[in-house]
Design a protein around this ligand. Sequence first.
Ligand code: SAM
Length: 294
Amino acid sequence: MVQIKKVNQGLIVSKALLSKSGIRPRKRLGQNFLEDPAIIEKIITHARFDKNDVVVEIGSGLGALTIPIISNIYHLVAIEKDPLLITILKERLSLKEKEKITFISGDVLKLDFKEIYDKFKQKLQIVGNLPYNISSPFLEKLIINRNYIKNAILMFQYEFAQRLTATPKRKEYGALSVISQYYAQISPLLKIKRDAFYPKPKVDSMVLEIDFKKPHPFQAKNEVTFRKTVKAAFSYRRKTILNSLERGMVSASREMIAKALTKCLIDPKRRAETLTIDEYIHLSSVLMPDKTIP
Ligand code: SAM
């Protein structure tokens, strides 16, 4: 059972902490700090931490999540791009807390997840209130490193989270939805209003669980081809699936694509946003069974 005993110590008043150090939040780094203790508590409860967990926190900031998390887990690796925030956070920690945290000052997009996995010899749990401008590349990095990751509890901009969880025929359904849901089960956990942050961002947020232990039940024969088929299909989403694939997949002729669609019982007049993940898996396997599309 998770204990949330440290949440109150995690309560921060970001504005006061920053001005004490003579600094302002940096917009370029997406510095919107979580302030609402009730929300922090809900995130920690949803994460269902175990005392043996090794957690990697993305953008530890002033410690709104860091401090309440550490008493519930074995070790936390905090990666933060702004070194000034690491200094402020370290001053807020007791000696015992510091022993349980490894700080990395740098860019999470350059982080070597395998190195952390090798050091602790266990799959990692990822947590973070992400700077919004790195959502897409970070997600791609998570997918590439999925063998070292158990699951991720991440806060995204609301619209981005809608795209990640979208199902066929929704306007938010796109290549990002299909590819992410192929590699992991994605569940919405909490919608968070902009008032929960300092400074207040222009948009609301959503916390999602990305569970790499539960990928889509069927696998593509060739995942490179699968991803290319999905991206080509959605790159012309107003066209029919036949026309968009003809334009997007340079090495497959119109005739080949039409034949593959017929074989998969997919009407060539349908549009990309109506195809399910299973249909994309099937289509990519028929279209290019054993070679990668350039
Ligand atoms: N976790 C804190 C919270 O919830 O209050 C801070 C969240 S704030 C939205 C995002 C944090 O990520 C900031 O502290 C920012 O400096 C840091 N950050 C921005 N870009 C980063 C990157 N590429 N790698 C690591 N940290 C980054």
